[in-house]
Design a protein around this ligand. Sequence first.
Ligand code: UDP
Ligand code: GLC
Length: 393
Amino acid sequence: MKILFLDHSGVLGGAELFLLDVARRYQDSCLVGLMAEGSFKARLEQEHIPVRVLNKQAIAVNRDSSIWQSLMSLRQIVPLIAEVAALSREYDVICTNTAKALVVGAIASLFSRRPLVHFLHDILTVEHFSQINVRLVPGLTNRFAARVIANSKATQTAFVSAGGNAKLTEVIYNGFVPERFQTSSANELQLRQELELEGRFVVGNFSRLSPWKGQHVLLEALAHCPDNVTALFVGDALFGEDEYVDCLHQQVAELGLHDRVKFLGFRADVSELMSACDLVAHTSTSPEPFGRVIVEAMLCQRPIVATAAGGVVELIEPGATGWLVPSNNAEKLAEVINECYADPDRSTAIAQRAYQYASQAFHLDGTCQKVTQVLESVVADQGLTPIQTGTVL
Ligand code: UDP
Ligand code: GLC
């Protein structure tokens, strides 16, 4: 079976890291088509996963596009659709990984008569997107997609509420390779030394810097914790949120937290850095569709506290595998941080249980098996004989 994956993004967000893991399994029988140059393309090349940038300019539809803007950019993407339609004839199935890729892939699939599967990573509500974009994904998938793979039940529910056809959907969680999250205690010590964190209680936040990712809530919580508690922010503003980054630095100054906060920017060594933390805090103020960082913390055997909304409540059993706090509530977050600080044995026991759970429930093998089943079934339903590649998946 040959697969054409499509993603519009140039940078490595969670959806792209999911695609990277899946495409790695189909390395000999897939192509990842992108609509922008950038770190995502570089990472795919580095891992020898076939990749091609399909046009040199990113499409100008964004989360808040008006109908007019969207229609105008649709006119601009006609040549891109033609390119994808021609290319997809060499593949058995088209898999789109972002809404912009869906716009292109859906229409291309009509011309090439190849089945379309959409990976849905977003909770489609007006809290996250413009009304037009909330309707766009269900409208296109209802008409063109053979299946929609949602990254959580919360994402699936929002899709159906936005008018999506429930019968198309299947929930498949992101998958991980547990071994990739094992680090040595020598490494942890070295990193702590390098970052001047020895003797501190370190709360890590691993996320792009964006208002809805709620880094400001952790800063506010820090002010309610002992001086020894330090926050480590790992991640960058990926989608032009520079104003928010300025606000965070201003907040640090106002709260007098200079000595207790570090911003490291985007890092590729997330598992090492997580292992150097005492607690990982996920702080999204809007419902998180899935939340890869939560499972990653579990696999690093670090206690996790997260916002109780969206897909997150499907990942954590409070008190058993982690902590859940209401969104945008710095006091409650501080309570949990202080609880973990005061009782490290209990935190370690919870982190161990979470590790056992996550290494089974969110294993990449299970995720890829389910994805393969869906793709094979849509190809079979079309009556197509899969294009032979000699690869055994
Ligand atoms: N991440 C990373 N480097 C960073 C910050 C984050 O590689 O500096 C990764 C993180 O490990 C996770 C992903 O980015 O795999 C973020 O995915 P998540 O689902 O948590 O949130 P998203 O940003 O996709 O909404
Ligand atoms: C999106 C979502 C995030 C999810 C990721 C992978 O980026 O915002 O919650 O974990 O996709 O599915």
